[in-house]
Design a protein around this ligand. Structure first.
Ligand code: SF4
Ligand code: SF4
Length: 328
């Protein structure tokens, strides 16, 4: 059905608070109850929350990743020359109590200070970057998540590990649904790499459109076909229409609108997918209609849908510069 590999759906948005986790958690539950083999994957190592929405209280497997470094000063060799402070590109070295001190929460382990130190007084040490966890939700399907240690770099690498683990667990006929991090940083890049399609969630505001364009540029860079859901659509119907026109111009498959509904933040407070928390709410009803479209139009004949919505060629990502006061 999926060309011999698991179907990887990335749910993404250019910014936080657009309803991405609301969409992904409810979509996961919908597909699972439709009988698909599902692996849920939280691709936000800095602020994972999917396991909370699926009530996972303990993990079956936890793997530590100790491939990050921080620098440390050997004070028996340091003569306080200050050379390391001058070369550190991250301003991680300060004077504390009359000594040079490398702040471990800022140090990126780049080794520049060590190379510059005339007294060979700086060495690097491996530290735990983060963890990748595998568990099972209360509904029965597996979930993969990650958490990065505070101040550690390369959260995108952890997301790649999440994807690798999810692919290991998923069979050829499974669906992996990734809840991507907000924005367009390295975690989102990792989530999009090698995925099958992106479902983009946007709000009908100028910022919503601007962020949609930015995240869609990333999807195009990876040659991913994209679909669109507009959340809180009745905030500004005119702007919602503007976003739909952008989707048409860009060959993004418009899946539907979700109305503004107070049940959604309430469901997040109670840590449940909204379609489970309040199935009769307006948002839940809209989501279920959208998921019917996802199943019928995208999943049942993915190859046809992919051909219809794939970008004509991978595009080079170019940052979009928005001047103060400018509205797209
Ligand atoms: S460069 Fe080396 S010797 Fe100089 S202050 Fe830094 S750690 Fe000390
Ligand atoms: S390893 Fe790099 S980031 Fe860390 S203190 Fe040295 S120069 Fe700064």
């Amino acid at each position: 059905m999926f060309l011999g590999a698991p179907l990887e759906i990335v749910v993404a948005s250019g910014k936080g608070g657009t309803g991405k986790s609301t969409v992904s958690s409810s979509l996961i539950l919908y597909l699972y109850r439709k009988g698909y083999k599902i692996v849920a994957a939280d691709a936000d190592a800095e602020a994972p929350n999917l396991h909370l929405l699926f009530n996972v209280s303990s993990w079956d497997r936890v793997d530590e990743y100790s491939d990050a470094y921080i620098a440390e000063i050997d004070y028996s060799k340091c003569d306080m020359c200050g050379e390391c402070v001058n070369v550190c590109p991250f301003d991680a070295i300060k004077i504390v109590d009359g000594k040079y001190f490398i702040d471990p929460t800022i140090c990126e382990g780049c080794n520049t200070c060590s190379l510059a130190c005339p007294r060979k007084a700086i060495r690097r040490r491996r530290v735990v970057r983060g963890r990748v966890m595998v568990g099972r939700t209360e509904y029965g399907f597996p979930i993969v998540s990650a958490s990065i240690e505070p101040g550690r770099p390369n959260s995108g690498k952890l997301v790649t590990e999440v994807k690798n683990r999810a692919r290991e667990i998923a069979g050829r006929e499974s669906i992996v649904v990734l809840d991507a991090a907000a924005g367009i940083g390295c975690q989102v890049i990792s989530a999009f790499t090698g995925a099958s399609l992106a479902i983009l969630v946007a709000e009908p505001t100028p910022a919503g459109l601007s962020n949609l364009i930015r995240v869609h540029e990333i999807a195009k860079h990876f040659n991913l076909p994209s679909a669109l859901i507009i959340n809180k659509a009745d905030l500004d119907e005119d702007y919602a229409e503007k976003i739909i026109r952008y989707a048409e111009e860009e060959n993004i498959d418009f899946l539907g609108k979700i109305p503004y509904d107070n049940t959604v933040p309430l469901s997040m407070t109670y840590m449940k997918p909204v379609t489970e928390f309040s199935p009769d709410s307006p948002a839940s009803k809209a989501l279920m209609k959208i998921f019917d479209v996802v199943e019928e139009r995208i999943i049942r004949d993915f190859d046809r849908w992919r051909r219809a919505h794939k970008p004509s060629k991978p595009s080079i990502y170019r940052p979009i510069l928005i001047k103060p006061g400018e509205i797209i």
